[in-house]
Write a protein that binds this ligand. Structure first.
Ligand code: XBP
Ligand code: MG
Length: 251
């Protein structure tokens, strides 16, 4: 029986990457006086690495950009990333990043049905708070029993750690929960934790390998705006509801 829904954040709750995280990184680079700029295509490549600090490090190692002389690279990356978080939170506050179709509807239905809700993400905790507050209001923070985010576990997605941590906090087994994800790394993470996964793809992840997902959809859909099925199970009414999630659970 379905007891909880575990939501990924970036790309799943909202399309945060292209016009949220990416410009925030670029603003931080400018502020730090470095001439890096992540355009949309470059950022799409960099998304193969989860976590902002890890993404910056990967960029330095793989793209060889000009780098100021720094005493401690870890410290410098952490400072740059802190500035990025500040810019990202300011962008969220402007209210320009809406939730994806069906997200608010599914959360409301789950609450009506007394299902439990949790967040399992690699993004920084303040980013989750900022997104939920800007879209659903500050009271929505209490709707999520567990908000598992960022460096709370040492290994980020595709490692299963963040989902295992969430399940442990909820004291639930994977068989009682469904994860909603948008990316290959997210699906691998959730599947390694034995979870049933539904994917709502987005322009950055549509070409990803989603093997192991029970359904791959364009989005969660709305009664008046059905989602498109890409592969796997199809929601009967054209949108994902709690009954569909329960149906996707293993026998
Ligand atoms: C997606 C990510 C995040 C963001 C940036 O996380 O990889 O790293 O791109 O967030 P998810 P930070 O899909 O698991 O929500 O810069 O705060 O790390
Ligand atoms: Mg994601």
């Amino acid at each position: 029986m379905l007891k909880a829904i575990l939501f990924d954040v970036d790309g799943t709750l909202a399309d945060t990457e292209r016009n949220g995280h990416r410009p925030a990184f670029n603003l931080a680079f400018k502020e730090a006086g470095i001439n890096w700029h992540w355009d949309e295509d470059t950022y799409g490549e960099l998304l193969s690495v989860t976590g902002g600090k890890e993404r910056i490090r990967y960029y330095i190692e793989q793209y060889n950009p000009s780098l100021p002389k720094v005493r401690d690279l870890d410290e410098w990356i952490a400072g740059l990333h802190q500035a990025k978080t500040k810019h990202y939170l300011a962008l969220l506050k402007k209210g320009d990043i809406p939730l994806r179709p069906g997200v608010a509807r599914l959360i409301n239905e789950a609450r009506d049905k007394n299902l439990r809700l949790a967040i399992a993400t690699t993004t920084t905790p303040e980013n989750v708070t900022g997104l939920l507050t800007a879209t659903l209001g500050a009271q929505s923070l209490d709707w999520f029993e567990v908000i598992a985010a960022g460096d709370i576990v040492p290994a980020k997605k595709p490692a299963p750690d963040i989902y295992n941590y969430t399940l442990e906090k909820l004291q639930l087994s994977a068989k009682e929960c469904v994860a909603i994800e948008d990316s290959h790394n997210g699906v691998v993470s959730a599947r390694q934790a034995d979870l049933t996964v539904i994917v709502t793809a987005n322009p950055y992840t549509i070409g990803d390998d989603f093997s192991g997902a029970s359904a791959v959809l364009s989005d969660l859909g709305e009664p008046e705006r059905p989602c498109q099925r890409i592969s796997g199970c199809e929601p009967t009414h054209g949108y994902v509801d709690c009954a569909f999630l329960g149906y996707c659970l293993p026998g």
